[in-house]
Design a protein around this ligand. Structure first.
Ligand code: NDP
Ligand SMILES: O=C(O)C1=N[C@H](C(=O)O)C[C@H](O)C1
Length: 323
């Protein structure tokens, strides 16, 4: 393979301030840091490769890997061509070399010889989801796909057909996954309970988010099982900073730094009954910590030779695998 460039001086990118809170209020501007990392012996977990450490979520996850005491594989796939020339990113003092699309196959041979049991995390872009998943499957790399969007049906079908170990989900935050689980349970227990009701869904994210919230799509799927008829294209994407603050209650500090505010409003035909569900997250720590839990879960399933290969986060939470 082509030699990977030596890793030069570390450049720190994306150091968001963290804070997570469920159910928002407009007074969250100065949220306390809420790190809940439980250190894990490096020997107890797999080395973890995070693609891409240049992104906000990838960087936050790589930091969580280091915080947990696990081995962060010091290479990260990027979508940038000639990425080896682009340089490196630093994650909590660990220099991570960027590997561009042209080098990734050759680089993988070397990386794998050093980290044979590694688990890969993907936080890239909707436009890269399907191609990246195919790359992981073709190379038998177990992976956690946190990236949303792309062709989801094809993604699930391709991964299932490959027989590769993977967790695919739009949300790795433990409490949000619990909410999703609750909605799914409600749909199974009371199908059609909201027949005749109308629904409105508004989701607000940092303006760099290109797709509609994958979490909102999953919750809408559960609500539809309860009798609603709501299309994914009816989900309102709020991306204007002014509206995010004034209407959605996003603290100004998180408008661009990263937030995910969701409101689902159900109304009876005569307007006499209204139910509202909200899940509001500031920062990315809750997902990053959940992603580390998910890598540990996947590693255990592989070691146990589990017959089931493709999981979602409800599986991970249900297995009691979230710290
Ligand atoms: N599952 C979950 O819990 C969560 C999921 N997400 C999802 O994660 C994804 C990323 O979000 P976020 O980090 O905010 O986005 P960013 O825009 O900050 O980061 C995306 C990164 O993807 C990299 N990239 C683009 N194409 C490729 C490619 N082909 N291969 C490798 N890397 C690539 C880009 O780096 P470069 O330019 O160097 O290529 C960029 O740094 C989104 O889909 C988001 O919805 C977000 C939060 C939680
Ligand atoms: O892009 C984000 O930020 C997020 N993306 C995920 C999604 O689309 O559901 C999860 C969360 O909303 C944050």
């Amino acid at each position: 393979m082509a030699a990977l460039a030596p890793v030069p001086a570390v450049q720190q990118l994306h150091r968001p301030s963290f804070g997570t809170k469920l159910s928002g209020s407009s007074t969250m501007a100065a949220l306390p840091r809420q790190r809940r990392t439980v250190a894990v012996s490096a020997a107890a977990g797999p080395p973890i490769m995070v693609n891409s450490c240049t992104g906000k979520m990838g960087h936050a996850t790589a930091e969580a890997v280091v915080r947990a005491g696990l081995t962060l594989v010091p290479y990260s796939l990027t979508g940038q061509s000639e990425a080896v020339a682009v340089g490196n990113v630093g994650v909590s003092g660990v220099p991570v070399e960027l590997v561009g699309p042209e080098q990734r196959q050759a680089a993988l041979e070397k990386i794998r010889s050093q980290y044979p049991d590694m688990v890969v995390v993907d936080y890239t872009l909707p436009s890269a989801v399907n191609e990246n998943a195919a790359f992981y499957c073709d190379n038998r790399l177990p992976f956690v796909m946190g990236t949303t969007g792309g062709d989801r049906d094809k993604l699930i079908a391709d991964v299932a057909a490959s027989g590769n170990y993977a967790v695919v989900a739009p949300n790795m935050g433990k409490q949000i996954v619990a909410f999703q689980t609750m909605m799914e349970m409600m749909a199974e227990r009371f199908p059609g309970c909201f027949s005749g009701y109308s629904l409105s869904v508004a989701e607000s994210h940092q303006r760099t988010k290109v797709d509609t919230s994958g979490t909102a799509k999953a919750v809408v799927a559960s609500l539809n099982k309860m009798g609603l008829q709501f299309g994914e294209d009816q989900i309102e994407k709020v991306r204007s900073p002014e509206e995010q603050v004034s209407r959605m209650g996003v603290p100004e500090a998180y408008v661009d730094a990263g937030h995910a505010f969701h409101t689902y409003t159900l109304t009876s035909p005569d307007g006499s009954v209204t139910l509202e569900f909200k899940h509001n997250v500031c920062g990315r720590e809750v997902y990053a910590e959940g992603t580390v839990d998910t890598c540990l879960f996947l590693h255990r399933q592989i070691q146990a030779g589990a017959e089931k290969k493709l999981y979602n986060m409800i599986d991970v939470l249900s297995a009691g695998a979230m710290r």
